[in-house]
Design a protein around this ligand. Structure first.
Ligand SMILES: Nc1ncnc2c1ncn2[C@@H]1O[C@H](COP(=O)(O)OP(=O)(O)OP(=O)(O)O)[C@@H](O)[C@H]1O
Length: 342
């Protein structure tokens, strides 16, 4: 089942807030994570796909079928929210079987199916428990089993892990991803945790102000952000204004760096993006893109130290990561100096 949004716009009544001309496709079995600052429209996107919010322009279609006129319960979409939203008066098995009951599946059949899904999420022995007796992580697995029980055409996950402890989150992240792949479920995952997005998704969509800024594989997004906004939102970086001074040269005012300038002509205003792990500590004197200065604030992270490196005239420090902080200079290989057009 592929999910396609084609030029979808939506405004909350009496406001200009919502989604603006958003086009996005999620291929069969693909997991697309949606990230973006608070208020960028991530939840609105899910609400429109699920049918909880209606009245958009443009087209939302599942396997070619326009959903505009299909009410929520007929869309056949599985949903998992941040708050577990399980029914407290039903036991675990009946929670999972709930959607099947609504669809008039006979009791024996729906309980068999619910038990099967509880086995999949590793809670086969908890079928008769009350949901209040489960941990947060277990409740979220029940919610996932419930969403999958209806054999959904698509799966919508809205911050499914954000209420959980970091230790549970990491494990559940892997488990959800494995189950999603096993079911070949076409999935939209909304999260504000970029690590979650990068580790779980086939592709990541970055939103801002109700618009889609970029959609790309995690690696492409991190290594080739299309704009400054995306670069700032995904991962850590140093971003500096500069001007192309010659072919494969960029002038930062306080220094000139060798960098792939592509087809840009001299005089083009750009921003230079450098990721912390691409900054080398104390390269040999005379090496390309060597900048002398001093290390400022340091944060010890165990395997790595993240540190600020101050270069005279730079305005802001370079953010670097390496086993040891630089003593007197940093270096950046030209290929790791990325230019972003202003
Ligand atoms: N019911 C509503 N009525 C009016 N405006 C709304 C309503 N719900 C959301 N908005 C506005 O629409 C915009 C998008 O909100 P949305 O909840 O989709 O953002 P989000 O990216 O999910 O944010 P967060 O990460 O904080 O959950 C925001 O400006 C928000 O204030």
């Amino acid at each position: 089942m592929s999910l396609v949004l084609d030029h979808v716009s939506y405004s909350y009544p009496g406001t200009t807030q919502g989604l603006h001309d958003l086009s996005l496709d999620v291929r069969t079995g693909e997991l697309v994570a949606v990230i973006g600052p608070s208020g960028s429209g991530k939840s609105t996107l899910l609400k429109l796909v699920s049918g909880l919010e209606t009245g958009h322009t443009g087209r939302i279609a599942l396997d070619g079928e326009d959903l505009s006129r299909t009410p929520v319960h007929q869309r056949h979409i599985g949903m998992v929210f941040q708050s577990y939203a399980l029914f407290p008066h039903l036991n675990v098995l009946d929670n999972v079987a709930y959607g099947l009951k609504l669809r008039k599946v006979p009791a024996a059949e729906r309980h068999r199916r619910a038990q099967e899904l509880l086995d999949v999420v590793g809670l086969g022995d908890y079928a008769r428990r009350a949901v209040a007796q489960l941990s947060g992580g277990q409740q979220q697995r029940v919610a996932l089993a419930r969403a999958l029980a209806i054999d959904p055409r698509a799966l919508l996950l809205d911050e499914p892990l954000s209420a959980l402890d970091a230790s549970v989150r990491g494990h559940l992240r892997d488990q959800i991803r494995a189950i999603q792949q096993r079911f070949n479920a076409t999935t939209l995952l909304v999260t504000h945790d970029q690590e979650e997005a990068l580790t779980m998704a086939d592709r990541v969509a970055v939103m801002q102000d109700g618009r889609l800024l970029q959609i790309a594989t995690p690696r492409d997004l991190y290594e080739h952000p299309a704009s400054r906004a995306v670069a700032q939102f995904v991962g850590l970086s140093t971003l500096l204004p500069g001007t192309v001074s010659a072919s494969d040269r960029v002038n930062l005012g306080f220094a000139e760096l060798a960098a792939p300038t592509g087809a840009r002509t001299p005089g083009t205003a750009v921003h230079v993006l450098i990721r912390p792990e691409h900054i080398e500590a104390d390269p040999p004197v005379g090496s390309v893109n060597r900048l002398a200065g001093r290390t400022g604030a340091q944060r010890y992270l165990g395997a790595l130290t993240r540190y600020d490196f101050e270069v005279a005239g730079a305005g802001a420090p370079f953010l670097a990561e390496s086993a040891w902080p630089a003593r007197e200079a940093i270096g950046i290989a030209p290929a790791h100096v990325r230019l972003l057009d202003d």
